[in-house]
Design a protein around this ligand. Structure first.
Ligand SMILES: C[S@@+](CC[C@H](N)C(=O)[O-])C[C@H]1O[C@@H](n2cnc3c(N)ncnc32)[C@H](O)[C@@H]1O
Length: 296
């Protein structure tokens, strides 16, 4: 499938550094998703609570990754509801299945391999669909197809709720701001998920084009200042290693590469995670829409 080819054939995925799944999607393996989720949990859960998941509803988690949103989804729909999750990556689906065994969730939760481009559900099957951090991996044609699929499987009047990171809103102070800009620009030449992550602010237009109505959007900034909590430090330490590696691999200017190496070296006096004025920030776009009823 085309979405399994996130990189050109001459640039094989470095799975250890980029936290890629077996399907080839970078920063999508369950260990990295766990680290990111724990660092962002308060805001991530507040976003999900805010979108209007219906109690007692039948809800889809489209592109569930390691399943971090599933416990809260199950709690929100409650004992009368159900949650179905799909993901393209068999390794993520296996990880979620293993996790579900030890979780005592309030409603039935299933997980299967499946693509947003061809969701394995009948029309109007769900009351709501939740899709977090997945659409960035799709090109424009696939994005249109995925939104059409989400609209198809949600009943008239039902909810489609999307959360996507906006890579234009990142911050890594006191690193020079241009370091991240140059890295984003260099990676965006070959990495579709980087280009997709710069398209997030246009999602309301895309939801409207897919025929959803009552489309709303808001931006949530997640900011972390020193001193970091252990889960935040763990996530950012891994992120810094990955970004410094990417700066070299994607050919950012030599001076940038040297600065990345210096700022991400734990033995350096300028190691970012030890700076008292450290501020890490990322922006998320939350977009919701409703499937029109026959009367609109
Ligand atoms: C960054 S992860 C996000 C996972 C989860 N929603 C979260 O927020 O923690 C992106 C996920 O999208 C999945 N994915 C990418 N393209 C997909 C597609 N076409 N259909 C279904 N899942 C897809 C990947 O396998 C990966 O698990």
């Amino acid at each position: 499938m085309s979405e399994g080819r996130a990189r050109p054939a001459d640039q094989p995925a470095d799975r250890s550094r980029a936290h890629a799944t077996v399907a080839g999607h970078a920063v999508s393996a369950a260990d990295w998703l766990d680290a990111h989720f724990e660092a962002c949990r308060p805001e991530y859960e507040a976003i999900l609570r805010s979108v209007g998941v219906p109690r007692g509803g039948r809800v889809l988690d489209a592109g569930c990754g390691g399943g971090n949103f599933l416990p809260l989804l199950a709690q929100l729909v409650g004992p009368q509801g159900t949650v179905a999750a799909v993901d393209l990556a068999p390794d993520n689906v296996a990880a979620v299945r293993a996790r579900l065994v030890s979780l005592d969730l309030p409603c039935p939760v299933t997980v299967d391999v499946g693509s947003l481009l061809q969701l394995p559900f009948p029309d109007a099957h769900f009351d709501a669909a939740w899709c977090a951090n997945v659409l960035m991996y799709l090109d424009d044609d696939e994005l249109a197809a995925a939104l059409t699929e989400l609209r198809r499987v949600v009943r008239p009047g039902g909810l489609v709720a999307i959360k996507e990171q906006d890579l234009g809103l990142g911050r890594l102070h006191p690193a020079p701001a241009a370091l991240s800009w140059h890295l984003t620009e260099a990676m965006g030449k070959t990495e579709r998920h980087i280009r997709g992550g710069l398209r997030s602010c246009a999602l309301p237009i895309w939801l409207g084009r897919a025929g959803l109505i009552d489309v709303r959007q808001r931006t949530v900034l997640i900011e972390r200042w020193a001193p970091l909590r252990p889960v935040e430090r763990h996530f950012l330490a891994e992120g810094l290693t990955m970004w410094a590696d990417a700066a070299a691999r994607y050919g950012t200017p030599a001076a940038d590469q040297a600065t990345w190496r210096h700022l991400t070296d734990p033995t350096s006096p300028d190691y970012l995670l030890d700076q008292p004025d450290l501020c890490y920030g990322e922006g998320h776009i939350v977009t919701t829409g409703r499937v029109p009823t026959r009367t609109g």
